[in-house]
Design a protein around this ligand. Structure first.
Ligand code: NAD
Length: 396
């Protein structure tokens, strides 16, 4: 299968590129490398020493004799290059990871809000318009987020994309219709993911573009079977207040003896998935095709839900750490219930890697190994969702 991986130098994209290559896909990575420049902007580096992409690709060739091609392109700005690329490579699958993915980063300042919208909306729309322009028959597999739904407690298991609603027509007769499950974005980043959904709905309906939108939970873990093969293939591991996702941040904090930073009450429930399952799910999505029904296939890509405070205690008990409650920089419910349907990926053969399997120790060992690279000044989240909170926290 000829496969393009947009954003293939990132945390999810790199291990996915290797996993698909290992399973026989002919992979081309397309990336602007902007994520590495954001590391420089924030003055923080991945906990793990990630190598330049050229060195990563050489290491993969030496380990497997398989080639992965790389094209550097800013997909939000260089539309003509994107069109050329689609025409030249004629991919059967396009996996789209190429977005600014941090909610705190998207809330840092008006510039960061505008960058996140410009970048994410333009990459998605450029891609859809280019696919129509060249008559691409590829299946587009996009990484969306469970976070688009917000975290209100709702009295149902979150369905996979669609909700059947019943409403009275003008004569009072009940009508039913299926709609996209309503989004309730909690940050500008999540707002862009909500916008993506509408673009997918439009292009699937209007142009018959085949789309699978994977609503992913928070990813934890670092390594996969493929990134483990050579130290030059190591995956990135973000622990800072902007890009460090909650469990990975806790693991680094525990490794350096820094009290675990639990935002607010810690009673927020979130959905999680291990990086090993991320790459398998994407392969299942790519290889299973979609329903070709004029509407996107949506699958919830998560395996378990946990309250943040329970995760903190799990890390504290397994690895040893103090738990510290800090003011919540986000504007979100202090407590919510969350239950999610993930039947589609389970039916495709997903065997969840759960926290209870002990894989958390693997990430903790990595955190210990690279502990000297941690900059503790970068751990607190310094992006606030609104100024009043920022002022309150500064005064605290
Ligand atoms: P990441 O920031 O590590 O990787 C994104 C990659 O896309 C980077 O290599 C970056 O350079 C590239 N990119 C961004 N804008 C681009 C552009 N205009 N042109 C070309 N390349 C561009 O992020 P990630 O953690 O790998 O996330 C990948 C996707 O998965 C994102 O869309 C994210 O929203 C989604 N997701 C991630 C998580 C998570 O926990 N990491 C959870 C849910 C969903």
């Amino acid at each position: 299968m000829r496969t393009l991986i947009l954003g293939g130098d990132g945390f999810c994209g790199w291990p996915t590129a290797l996993h698909l290559s290992a399973h026989g896909h002919d992979v081309t990575i397309v990336d602007s490398l902007v994520r590495r420049r954001i590391d420089d902007e924030l003055g923080v580096q991945s906990l793990t020493p990630i190598r330049p992409l050229s060195e990563r690709l050489l290491a993969w060739r030496e380990a497997t004799e398989r080639e992965i091609d790389f094209v550097q392109c800013d997909l939000a700005r260089d539309y003509d290059r994107l069109v050329e690329l689609l025409a030249e490579k004629n991919p059967e699958t396009i996996v789209h990871f190429a977005e600014q993915r941090s909610a705190p980063y998207s809330m840092k300042s008006p510039r960061h809000k505008r960058y996140t919208v410009d970048n994410n909306a333009n990459v998605t729309h450029n891609l859809l318009a280019a696919m129509v322009q060249v008559g691409s028959q590829a299946q587009l597999v996009h990484l969306g987020s469970m976070g688009v739904y917000g975290y209100e407690t709702v009295p149902l298991d979150l369905p996979e994309g669609y909700l059947t609603v019943t409403y009275p027509d003008n004569d009072g007769r009940p009508q039913t219709r299926e709609i996209l499950y309503p989004t309730q974005p909690g940050s500008v980043y999540h707002l862009t993911k909500s916008m993506d959904q509408l673009m997918f709905q439009y292009y699937a309906h209007n142009d018959g573009i085949r789309i699978t939108d994977l609503h992913q939970g928070i990813v934890w873990g670092t390594q996969t079977d493929e990134t483990d093969r050579d130290v030059r293939l190591i995956n990135r591991f973000d622990y800072d207040g902007d890009y460090g996702t909650v469990l990975n941040r806790f693991l680094v904090e525990a490794a350096i003896g820094y009290p675990l930073t639990v935002h607010g009450s810690g009673r927020q429930t979130r959905a999680f998935i291990n990086i090993r399952d991320t790459v398998r799910c994407i392969r299942m999505a790519a290889e299973s095709g979609d329903e070709v029904s004029g509407r996107p296939r949506v699958m919830n890509q998560m395996t378990e839900t946990h309250r943040v405070i329970d995760l903190a205690h799990l890390v504290a008990n397994t690895i040893g750490a103090e738990v510290n409650m800090v003011p919540n920089p986000r504007q979100e419910a202090e407590e919510n219930r969350l239950s999610v349907r993930n039947d589609r990926l389970l039916n495709l053969g997903l065997e969840p890697t759960l926290l209870a399997t002990g894989l958390m120790r693997e990430s903790a060992e990595i955190a210990h190994e690279y502990v000297g690279r941690v900059d503790t000044n970068r751990i607190p989240c310094v992006s606030y969702w609104n100024r009043q909170r920022e002022t309150a926290a500064e005064g605290a």
